[in-house]
Design a protein around this ligand. Structure first.
Ligand code: IPE
Ligand code: IPE
Ligand code: MG
Length: 265
């Protein structure tokens, strides 16, 4: 397994295009309500936005895209909405996996899968196996995922395998057990739908992630909206605890370009 820089242990490499983008796709219900449609129509439309953002991330050179599809707290929703979402996951998986594979996308599903129906888990595992060697973009869907669940399951698994670590452990001991152990820490976090909160999404690895909030509702989020988020990211100065003056000249996000993406074009 590749190991990645921890932002609290070392300064991660800078890249003008974020290597890892993590998104809370929020606002489906409000999108539907604005159109006097049932909430589930918003979820259905949300799948179209997923398709477009996956494509755009691949084109722009993003290496990892992590999408929050269902939180460990979303079970609190009305039963019929939960059931609809589960069916939508199954249908979307069945329909999209072939296209993901053709486009060189590696698929991953993270979260506590114990509450999902076996058919969904089987489909997801098959999709992971089919696409395991793809290298263009790693698309992770976080379902029944919670940031606290993740840290706890990681600590519990680590301690089961290495009981002596109960006496004390380091970041390096713990992080290989986190669900996203195959990805660098997110560079850019996006939340659509206007709320400015993390809602128990990735917690540990957001330590130094640049946060971007937009009022755009998820079904309306498209490639142009993604570019606005990336441009905002490119205007940030990532200091990781240092002063501005300490940053090496010529390495700031605004100072160089990677790939073909030109802001504003
Ligand atoms: C996000 O949209 C999708 C999921 C949480 C599954 P919402 O369903 O939360 O939409 P709003 O926030 O009610 O508009
Ligand atoms: C966060 O959205 C979870 C997902 C997008 C999957 P919610 O709509 O559930 O978040 P809260 O409840 O408004 O914080
Ligand atoms: Mg919401």
């Amino acid at each position: 397994m590749a190991t990645f820089t921890s932002s609290t242990v070392e300064i991660p490499p800078e890249r003008r295009i974020p290597r890892h983008v993590a998104v809370i796709m929020d606002g489906n219900g409000r999108w539907a309500r604005q159109r006097r449609l049932p909430r589930v129509a918003g979820h259905r439309q949300g799948v179209k936005a997923v398709r477009e953002v996956v494509r755009a991330c691949g084109e722009r050179g993003v290496d990892y895209l992590t999408l929050f599809a269902f939180s460990s707290e979303n079970w609190r929703r009305p039963a019929e909405e939960v059931t609809f979402l589960m069916q939508l996951f199954v249908v979307a998986l069945e329909q999209e996996v072939g296209k993901l594979h053709e486009n060189g996308i590696r698929f991953k599903l993270i979260g506590d899968l114990s509450r999902f129906e076996p058919r969904l888990v089987r489909l997801a595992r098959e999709a992971e196996a089919l696409t395991a060697a793809n290298q263009r973009l790693t698309l992770t869907i976080a379902a029944n995922y919670g940031g606290r669940w993740d840290v706890l399951q990681a600590a519990n698994r680590m301690l089961r395998e290495h009981p002596r670590l109960a006496a004390g452990f380091t970041e390096g001991d713990l992080t290989p057990y986190l669900a996203l152990n195959y990805a660098p820490e997110p560079d850019l976090f996006i939340r659509t739908g206007g709320e400015q909160r993390i809602s128990n999404f990735v917690l540990w690895q957001l330590a130094y992630t640049e946060l971007y909030f937009t009022d755009t509702l998820w079904p309306d989020f498209d490639a142009a909206a993604l570019d606005r988020a990336i441009i905002s990211y490119q205007q940030r100065e990532r200091r990781f605890g240092r002063t501005s003056e300490q940053l090496p000249a010529g390495t700031g996000l605004a100072d160089f370009r990677v790939g073909s993406f030109r802001p504003g074009e």
